[in-house]
Design a protein around this ligand. Sequence first.
Ligand SMILES: Cc1ncc(COP(=O)(O)O)c(C=O)c1O
Length: 416
Amino acid sequence: MVVAHTLDDLLPADVLARQDPELAELLIGELDRQSTTLQLIAAENFTSPAVLAALGSPLANKYAEGYPGARHHGGCELVDVAERLAVERAKTLFGAEHANVQSHSGSSAVLAAYAALLRPGDTVLALGLPHGGHLTHGSPANFSGRWFDFVGYGVDPESGLIDYEQVHALARTHRPKAIVCGSISYPRHIDYAAFRAVADEVGAYLIADAAHPIGLVAGGAAPSPLPYADVVCATTHKVLRGPRGGMLLCGAELAERVDRAVFPFTQGGAQMHTIAAKAVAFGEAATPAFTAYAHQVVANARALAAGLTAEGLAVTTGGTDTHLLTLDPAPLGVDGRTARGRLAAAGLVLDTCALPHPDVRGLRLGTAAVTTQGMGEAEMARIAVLLGRALREEPAGRLVREEVRDLTGRFPPYPD
Ligand SMILES: Cc1ncc(COP(=O)(O)O)c(C=O)c1O
């Protein structure tokens, strides 16, 4: 009998194709889709082959309830080392006193932050969903809106910027137990110091939901919420380019409460393959190459915003500080939903999003994935032109599709 001693022995390239060709074909089809269309969804990226290898490793088999050194299962010696590595790397990367890397997703991390700091029925102040808040920031369809009393602040309808005076006024009126800052679509840096000042004035906790900018923070391309927030929640995918998952960062005084809020309060066994993949991603994010990438992500977003403005699209706040931008396609005679469909047909994959004007859906774009592919400002200028063409004339979609295929062919996400 042949025994697998290496990952290559265990996972030969054609292992899935031999056993389950139907599913293998699907996976290859998805790789082809990702490689031949432009991934402009602001929450997506291409993880490294090393991250994918950790995800597809034997750690996926291991049960590990609890924390390193205090597990409810046997055989955790090696996964304990993997989790400690992930925790130490996260602490060093973000300058945090404590890191919990077990949250299965960004939403689970937010749930744990609320569980650590709040009781059901508490009042929480967060960016309203019509202004770019996440589902976990008080949607009635989500646990947050059911179990807590959310009050929403907004962005100024003209400038698209967070209305800090409104945040202050609402905090004084409602005396929330916690204030949440963070968004799925805010293109500018958040003024964490301003939020901290309001939280201090009314005696509230400050929770930063940095799911989107945390990768930029890791690369030194965006301000860190760490010095200001009591708890920082984040995803490890998106700009940070790790596996899909969540994490929490906080000071030593809240460490135990946060850990207990994750396990056993809101989760069971940790997903050790994902935690190992998070460790790999944190290791990558500590390199100079990642710093250069994070700054390029922002430079690319700015170039894309400028190009799209030149195409006649109305870019919210007039630009961006981050990896994402939002815009209204109305000046080109299409609404957000129609635009998303037309662009998808042309090979430009992106999302619709809320805009500062009530009841109008716009488009949200991000530059993390295309930057990982190696594209720069020149390619962003080209993408802006292609996007404008695809929106302006419907039949142009087919020609644009060919140009997208050509562009992506020159920047494969996983070169041989
Ligand atoms: C601000 C914010 N919070 C939380 C989440 C939730 O992350 P997940 O989809 O991993 O649950 C997201 C995801 O887009 C987000 O943007």
